[in-house]
Write a protein that binds this ligand. Structure first.
Ligand code: TYD
Length: 210
């Protein structure tokens, strides 16, 4: 059916903190696995050496300059791509990634870098997903969910301003692989849409991937 170079498909889930990415990724992985699709679920910051450094530093972010922070996210992405994403795709898996380079464009963009330049740089060194699903949620709703589920301070002005900037960058991005999904709905409805989008792409690719 093909020449032996069959690869899997690559999907990333992106969105504001609180948008439900991680929940949706777990539901998607489960639904695909139940259909016999080989799935590899992963995330960024990754569990590799750079990703671990990032996670350790997220709580004391001010210790890093914006440039150092950007470089660390890029180093983690290169490492994650080599160690996890490319091997997974080469093995024919459907790779699902919780956060990817849209996060760098949006979060580091919110810290002053040009989001478009960040996207172009990432597209040149990191595998481009078959689709990036952007779970769209208003900043107020995102803050409400973060507050409810994680018990974080409700009126943290700095946090609100930061998230609003991230949301603004995300709203302006435009790429052929970018698919916007309304996330302010019951999680079952969001899941149905995401699963439909993924299955449609699986059907459009090599049939053996199903
Ligand atoms: P994480 O604990 O994964 O948060 P969440 O559960 O909301 O995904 O932490 C990821 C944080 O790192 C999140 O606030 C966004 C940020 N981030 C960046 O700033 N740039 C990036 O390139 C990535 C991948 C994440």
């Amino acid at each position: 059916m093909d020449n032996g170079r069959r690869t899997g498909l690559f999907f990333a889930l992106e969105g504001l903190d609180g948008c439900g990415k991680s929940t949706q990724l777990a539901l998607l992985a489960q639904a695909l696995a139940a259909r016999g699709v080989p799935v590899l679920a992963t995330r960024e910051p990754s569990d590799g050496p750079y990703g671990r450094r990032i996670r350790a530093m997220l709580s004391r972010r001010s210790e890093l300059s914006p440039q150092e922070e950007l470089e660390l996210f890029h180093a983690d992405r290169r490492d994650h791509a080599e160690r996890v994403i490319r091997p997974g795709l080469a093995a024919g898996k459907v790779v699902l990634c919780d956060r990817y380079f849209l996060s760098t464009a949006a979060y580091q963009g919110a810290r002053g870098f040009d989001p478009e330049a960040i996207l172009r740089a990432n597209e040149s060194f990191a595998p481009i997903p078959d689709a990036i699903f952007l779970l769209e949620l208003g900043v107020d709703e995102a803050l409400r969910r973060i507050t409810e589920s994680r018990g974080e301070a409700p009126n943290d002005f700095e946090r609100r301003e930061g998230l609003a900037k991230v949301a603004q960058v995300l709203a302006a991005l435009d790429r052929p692989y970018l698919v916007r999904v309304a996330a302010g709905r019951p999680k079952e409805a969001v899941h149905r849409d995401l699963l439909g989008l993924v299955l449609a792409r699986l059907e459009g690719s090599d049939g053996d991937a199903r």
